[in-house]
Design a protein around this ligand. Structure first.
Ligand code: SF4
Length: 356
């Protein structure tokens, strides 16, 4: 697995710029799902979007996939803003593919694997004849590790395991030759014994095809294993991001620190060499209701460092060097050092990814 942390030079293939999404609910309530989020995806790089359930991660992926229109902000594909008024065309979906969490719901139960893969090949004209489509479908199956491919082409989804189905889902996404894959918790419903295989497959697609990937997860260990960069989201707000080693080894936002310290990774024996502010009980609480989110920093009701400013204003972005950034008033107030103590001993054993 590549751990290279070079700064990307290429134009981003896909970007969310200051994107906000509010959902109007029956009865007039408004869900403030995502606020001013930025995500930048480069060819050959994987960005993990990490956070608890309900943090807005899936909404960000669906905004990038243009399943939802933005409330404000822009989505840019290859540096060009895409209009949010028109439904996305075939060309957009050819370039940007979304992989859902549930491989059982992602495939039509009555269609063979061969049909499922040949259809996009023919629709997007990567194959001219059915025979050509069948041959390319077999190649795709081999690429995602379903071999010999001929054994799978005539099968129906119900005869495959969850891991095999998710590989078919990935093969179907690859059939259109995308530039970007958006993986929404793509391994979380799979048996723990095959999660590592799936992560290695995604890493291979990055390395060999130069795909840009957004990997959505609540699992810090898998993010660290697979990804180049990590962004952390809490209650619809992006709170921290940067190279994965920086963010996970030296979290500079209280919420990230809480996530890392709470991560149930048996191989990451965190040694915290001072009493932290996260002793049991101090971060008790749930993420807020996004129909009436807290003002300012939405983490403030759970944050042991909360100050007056936190309750009224969302903090500006502080650039911490080497591409690491955070939105937290502690940095603005010169108190960032309180979060700067590195977490020691955070080597991740691949086996822990499979059990995490
Ligand atoms: Fe805590 Fe304030 Fe920082 Fe939010 S901005 S994480 S409430 S210290």
């Amino acid at each position: 697995m590549s751990t290279e942390q070079t700064a990307p030079q290429e134009t981003p293939v896909l970007q969310a710029v200051e994107v906000t999404k509010h959902f109007e609910m029956p009865g007039g309530a408004r869900v403030h799902a995502v606020e001013h989020a930025n995500v930048t995806l480069h060819p050959g790089r994987i960005v993990a979007l990490v956070g608890e359930s309900g943090s807005g991660k899936t909404t960000v992926a669906r905004l990038l996939a243009r399943m939802y229109a933005t409330t404000s902000g822009t989505i840019e594909l290859n540096g060009e803003p895409v209009t949010t008024r028109r439904a996305p065309g075939r060309d957009y979906h050819r370039q940007v593919q979304l992989i859902f969490q549930d491989p059982f719901a992602s495939l039509h139960p009555g269609h063979t694997i061969g049909y499922t893969l040949q259809r996009p090949l023919l629709i997007h004209r990567h194959a001219r004849t059915k025979a050509q489509a069948r041959s390319l479908a077999a190649e795709l199956l081999e690429q995602v590790g379903l071999s010999p491919a001929q054994d799978y082409l005539s099968k129906l989804p119900h005869s495959l395991s969850g891991g095999q189905r998710q590989r078919v889902v990935i093969a179907r996404a690859l059939a259109v030759r995308p530039s970007v894959l958006l993986g929404d918790e793509p391994i979380s419903m799979l048996d723990v014994s095959i999660r590592l295989d799936m992560l290695n497959l995604l890493g291979k697609l990055r390395d060999e095809r130069g795909l840009a990937l957004l990997y959505i997860t609540h699992d810090i260990a898998s993010a660290r294993y697979l990804c180049d960069e990590v962004q952390v989201m809490y209650a619809g707000q992006m709170v921290e991001g940067g190279p994965k080693e920086e963010v996970i080894n030296t979290p500079r936002h209280p919420y990230t620190r809480m996530l890392v310290e709470a991560s149930p990774d048996p191989a990451r024996r965190i040694v915290v060499d001072r009493a932290t502010a996260f002793d049991e009980g101090e971060t008790a609480g749930e993420p807020p209701n996004l129909t009436d989110p807290p003002a300012g920093c939405r983490f403030h009701p759970r944050c042991p460092f909360a100050m007056d400013e936190c309750r009224t204003s969302f903090p500006p972005r502080t650039d911490l060097g080497d591409g690491h950034w955070a939105h937290c008033w502690l940095h603005d107030k010169g108190r960032g050092a309180e979060l700067a103590a590195p977490l020691k001993g955070m080597e991740v054993d691949p086996a822990s990814v499979a059990t995490g």
